[in-house]
Write a protein that binds this ligand. Structure first.
Ligand SMILES: CC(C)=CCC/C(C)=C/CC/C(C)=C/CC/C(C)=C/COP(=O)(O)OP(=O)(O)O
Ligand SMILES: O=P(O)(O)OC[C@@H](O)CO
Ligand SMILES: [Mg+2]
Length: 233
């Protein structure tokens, strides 16, 4: 049976450390046309902020996945369809490859493996908090990105590979290189998607376009444009 993300084209990532835009509501967010919500962020995250976003989104009929940035913010609730847990393949600190994950399994009272999937992150924007946080080596050419993607799928069995340019629009050639290197795995692209064209461009190379900051900074109507771009790609 294929995993749900095999059918996704667009994901909206909500950061519980940020507010929704102006008069936008969670009902508006849920109706924007995206295939799923991912809830997570790097800075200022707490379990309380996570819970309030997950509970608000759970009122609506849309898949919700938590993307925890560390073990202490993981929320155990039936409101979640699952956990998408980053593993940063180009991290400088092994804590973000296996260390945090080991700590999570150690402190949990039994894991819900059915609901847990890892995302093989390739972090590409050195200015992003996620790059600083994980001490990622972002100095990667297209063939480096392709090789990381292939290693993730073929050697580590990763079903989701995520080219992450958080905060800036990336190089489509590097996204395409990752796609060309993959056989079955689903390629997520995130970073700087802000309109129909940018979503369409990245959607031509990635399987799933992830939109983050736009929903907080410009609102749901702007996100709907990106849904259209991703679906037309
Ligand atoms: C084992 C568990 C439960 C967690 C560890 C998970 C790992 C390895 C996290 C490291 C990578 C990370 C922080 C992922 C969070 C998702 C993400 C990339 C959010 C975007 O971050 P930015 O846009 O850089 O941050 P802000 O928007 O908060 O500034
Ligand atoms: O916030 P933006 O730049 O849209 O990035 C989306 C996502 O990839 C962040 O993890
Ligand atoms: Mg961000």
């Amino acid at each position: 049976m294929s995993e749900p993300w095999a059918d996704w084209e667009h994901v909206l990532k909500l950061d519980p450390d940020k507010e929704l835009y102006e008069d936008d509501t969670f009902a508006d967010v849920a109706a924007c046309g995206t295939d799923a919500l991912e809830i997570g962020g790097t800075l200022g995250m707490t379990e309380e902020k996570m819970v309030s976003y997950i509970e608000a989104a759970a009122e609506y009929d849309i898949p919700i996945y938590q993307e925890p940035s560390n073990p202490s913010v993981v929320v155990d609730t039936p409101a979640l369809d699952g956990y998408l847990v980053p593993v940063v393949f180009n991290a400088g600190d092994v804590f973000w490859v296996t260390g945090a994950h080991k700590e999570w399994v150690r402190i949990e009272n039994g894991m819900n493996w059915e609901k847990t999937t890892t995302e093989a992150y390739i972090v590409m924007n050195p200015e992003a908090s996620v790059a600083e946080y994980t001490d990622a080596d972002c100095d990667l050419a297209a063939d480096d990105v392709a090789a990381y993607a292939e290693v993730a799928e073929q050697m580590f069995g990763q079903d989701v590979v995520y080219v992450e340019y958080s905060g800036t629009l990336g190089d489509p050639e590097k996204v395409r290189a990752a796609q060309d290197a993959l056989e079955e795995s689903t390629l997520f692209y995130g970073g700087g998607i802000h309109d129909y064209e940018s979503a369409k461009t990245m959607g031509e190379h990635a399987d799933v376009v992830v939109v983050g900051d736009l929903v907080h900074d410009h609102g749901v109507d702007a996100v709907t444009e990106t849904v259209n771009g991703a679906k037309d790609a």
